[in-house]
Design a protein around this ligand. Structure first.
Ligand SMILES: Nc1ncnc2c1ncn2[C@@H]1O[C@H](COP(=O)(O)OP(=O)(O)OP(=O)(O)O)[C@@H](O)[C@H]1O
Length: 265
């Protein structure tokens, strides 16, 4: 059974169909990349899976419809890293990451008590893996964009959910941290968990993802292994680019090099 099964997903917002009939699965231990140009509908798909948007079609986690699952149970099954950075409060990095353990606690108002050993271990491990351990006492409002992005990812890792939805987790990161985060997401999958990651960097998508879902204008364009999806024809048709493609150390790279044809309308 798949970890996640999305079938016939439709999302309409403001009377506009943003996602149409999208279907794909994520297996246990799989890193699935969701790619496509700006406005393709990638974030909309991720938000629908996270049950933040009304949708048609079915989204099942280990065979159970996600929209019928109690919110707290759902919060333990999937952890969502949004593209937007909503951090406005001057809380410490440690406290931000600690919020990832909230789904394990009783309600705040019932006196949840302090963090337990398992919580502290998960919080420390997530901070070390994302390289924010040394920033743990800093206020999140005083971090650089990339440092905040890593702290937000640490919160998501601290949930230790079987499924992670990460919307552009490397967009603000320097090259070293981009590689570290992609390796980290791969290592998360080695323990049988699954990750859906939205990416614009096609080389990272090619190197690190098991499979890709390429979408445009709300619809599926191609799905399969990176070499099946990242073809010259698909890149020209979907992104309107010509790319330099090759292999290094047995892994594919894709460097968009030139635009091809007129701008998509
Ligand atoms: N609340 C909304 N109401 C109406 N249209 C919306 C709403 N939110 C997003 N859209 C539109 O839906 C389309 C898909 O947006 P979405 O954010 O899912 O794209 P994306 O593929 O994640 O793009 P990007 O790569 O730029 O992040 C866009 O055309 C966007 O303008």
């Amino acid at each position: 059974m798949s970890l996640l099964e999305v079938s016939g997903l439709d999302v309409v917002l403001g009377g506009k169909p943003l996602v149409r009939g999208l279907s794909f699965t994520i297996g246990e231990g799989e890193l699935l990349g969701l790619i496509g140009p700006n406005g393709a509908g990638k974030s909309t798909v991720v938000k629908a899976i996270a049950q933040l948007l009304d949708h048609g079609g079915e989204i099942r986690f280990r065979g159970r419809p996600l929209n019928a699952m109690p919110a707290r149970e759902r919060a333990l099954c999937l952890a969502y890293l949004s593209q937007e950075d909503p951090l406005q409060w001057p809380i410490s990095v440690r406290d931000l990451v600690g919020l990832g353990r909230h789904p394990y606690r009783g309600s705040w108002w019932r006196g949840a008590g302090g963090p337990r050993k398992g919580d502290l271990e998960a919080i420390e491990s997530a901070m070390r893996l994302t390289d924010v351990w040394r920033l743990r006492e800093r206020r999140v409002t005083q971090l650089s964009g990339g440092e905040r992005a890593r702290a937000r990812l640490a919160r998501v890792l601290a949930v230790e959910a079987p499924l992670i939805l990460a919307d552009e987790p490397v967009a603000a990161l320097d090259p070293r941290h981009q590689l570290q985060v992609m390796r980290l997401l791969r290592s998360v999958c080695q323990s049988g968990r699954g990750v859906l990651v939205v990416l614009h960097d096609l080389t990272l998508a090619s190197r690190f993802c098991d499979r890709l879902v390429m979408m445009d204008r709300g619809e599926l364009i191609a799905t399969g292994t990176p070499s099946e999806v990242l073809t010259a024809e698909n890149l020209a048709r979907t992104y309107g680019v010509r790319a330099v493609m090759g292999e290094h150390d047995g892994q594919g790279y894709v460097v968009p090099w030139d635009t091809s044809g007129p701008m998509r309308s």
